[in-house]
Design a protein around this ligand. Sequence first.
Ligand SMILES: NC(=O)c1ccc[n+]([C@@H]2O[C@H](COP(=O)([O-])OP(=O)(O)OC[C@H]3O[C@@H](n4cnc5c(N)ncnc54)[C@H](OP(=O)(O)O)[C@@H]3O)[C@@H](O)[C@H]2O)c1
Length: 248
Amino acid sequence: MPLPSVKSIPDATRQINVVGASGGIGRALVACLLDRFPRARIAATHHRGDIPFEHDRIAWQRLDIRDPGAIAAWSSRFGQVDWLLNCAGYLHGEAGGPEKNIRSLEADFLLENLRVNTLPTLLLAKHFSAPLKKSGSPILATISARVGSIEDNRLGGWYSYRISKAALNMALKTLSIEWQHSHPRGCVAALHPGTNDTRMSKPFQAGVNPQQLFNPEYTASRLVKLLSQLDPGQSGNFWTWDGARLPW
Ligand SMILES: NC(=O)c1ccc[n+]([C@@H]2O[C@H](COP(=O)([O-])OP(=O)(O)OC[C@H]3O[C@@H](n4cnc5c(N)ncnc54)[C@H](OP(=O)(O)O)[C@@H]3O)[C@@H](O)[C@H]2O)c1
């Protein structure tokens, strides 16, 4: 499917907030946004590590997105936010890794996936509702994953990650319906970035065709292009990095 029709490029003084900007895709997205919008102010969050890089137009904030109070406190610093982009995510870590079969399912791992991949977008939507409403064309977008598509699920496995991303997708779709009334000039989007060479995908890259393993800089540039072209009529969709639509 072709990219949606080209819309005017957003003004260069906008406020863009990027959550999970210390990750592979998040960091590349911030670098791309700095380049693409030379006067935009960016507020970016990191989590466990240090600030990834300094820049006079970036205000960094350490944020654990599992902490509702911390999200509320961060949101209270902003009058207007134009784009709110969530790039944080969880696939494997101390709580475990993706399940090959139902016997491997562990409650704590499933709940950790929901805590990181699902709930934060809802909390961000709640606490940034007012700052986004002040924008002329607000966007709230979260990086989901194709494996969160129920219709596209042909391989099975990865219960916790799939479930958390499918629930995220439902959250975004539901929010888009509320925004038709509350933020009629806005757009809500779920984004699939393709398979990217990041820390998250490292343990699972063996079977990936090298041509389909993207570097995050490429993905970031495609996502910024896509976001720049979205309008309210396209709200509530699940997009791939190249502007194609995915089934929910
Ligand atoms: N890479 C792929 O092939 C691929 C494919 C499909 C979808 N995605 C999605 O793309 C998004 C970005 O992934 P990536 O590839 O860039 O992975 P990544 O390099 O591992 O980055 C993930 C980011 O999420 C942050 N994060 C995790 N838990 C957090 C928490 N509790 N609070 C705040 N931040 C937290 C991480 O920070 P810390 O490390 O400091 O915790 C890191 O900045 C994710 O939503 C992922 O599901 C990726």
